[in-house]
Ligand binder design. Sequence first.
Ligand code: 5RP
Length: 228
Amino acid sequence: MSDPDSQKRAAGEAAAALVERGMVVGLGTGSTAAWFVRALAARKLNVIGVPTSQATADLADSLGIRVANLGETKAIDLTVDGADEIGPGLSLIKGGGAALLREKLVWEASARCVVIADAAKRVPTLGKFPLPIEVVAFGHKSTADRICDALAECDIGIAPILRRKDGEPVRTDGGNLIYDAACGRIEEPAALAAALKSVTGVVDHGLFLDLADLALIGTADGVVEFEP
Ligand code: 5RP
């Protein structure tokens, strides 16, 4: 199981084994989360899924999982989602799929959160993967300038880059824009998270701190569990 996709699949299947009949389950976004959704659908547990993106809602629906919006069900028992980086204490960078805001809303509303990933996602220090920052479209260039200041306060001397696809700015499901900040090393994630949240126009950022309860990582030797 040395290729990333097999590792993602194994992690997704291991997470699906944690789900019990009748649960309300937060459904993450991305290729690893998609393996989880497929494995969950195959178990036919009569769950309600709360998707973190339209893409995941469409996938779950196509596989026969009942879906509901956040806040329309009883409390979420368990959320399973992927990550772009998994650092010390299960600190995470998420948002590579531009779904970070809905992901964070669903994670924060969940009794338990499990992150699933291939082995390459584990890092000793967060920051090699560019940190996604979701901003409102109005005045976004000005917001980007103030994000620069917030990064500088944390000794990160770079400018965030507006994410584009096919030449056009990427829009999130909520209609916002994404800036990616290639920080390199994030020595103090909590301080950076607070600095970014204080910028008016920033909706949220991809640092998920103190949210994951368990990581299931696919490796060449099988799925390995990590706790914070
Ligand atoms: C989407 C995410 C994804 O979970 C993250 O990008 C990982 O994706 P993949 O499982 O495809 O590697 O945060 O916003």
